[in-house]
Design a protein around this ligand. Sequence first.
Ligand code: MG
Length: 231
Amino acid sequence: MLITYLLLLMSGNSIRFLRPDDYEILLSMKIICIGRNYVEHAKELNNPLPEEPIFFMKSENALLPKRHPFYIPDFTKDLHYECELVLKICKLGKHIPEKFADTYFDEIGIGIDFTARDLQQKCKDKGLPWEMAKSWDFSAPVGKFLPKSHFDKLDSIDFSLTKNMEVVQKGNSSLMIFSFSTIIAYVSRFVTLKQGDLIFTGTPAGVGPVKSGDLLEAYIADLKLLSLKVS
Ligand code: MG
């Protein structure tokens, strides 16, 4: 990967040596999230259906470390879960052709794109970016990942979220407006994808609030891959 990245740096008009900052870039990862990728979810929030993928970023601080407690932050009174299939990127890519895009991820997992819905609504009303509602520390718990080879068909993956043992969200990758491959091809036009990056692929309908004491459990098919107690 390092050699590929060196070649990338040399492929522009000028050649430059790696700087310490570049090493940090190589070691870090990012979280890319797709918005409004399920028709019924777009409708439940009164959003128009997108003609092209909508994406935003969560910082790497958003990743909830394993065994770290999850606390409701004090700046929101309306914290929502959004359960999503998550792709783990396995190699460096820029301007990835859609027909090769599925070779750029090797694992699929499940995560929660926690959203301070009250702050997001304020941002949307003012036409401002969403980061304060989406990208705060520990806003992106992810569960165990499964190898891509686990799945017979990538375009028919069932997943679900329960809250206090009751199913609140059910989705299937066949219902995505934009497929995994379309998302990767589109995002990589703007942002170089790197090994370890995560892509949250959008949430189905049924998003809703959490309160202290709630237990969220996320499944791919009938495998429980994430369990989270809200504090
Ligand atoms: Mg989301």
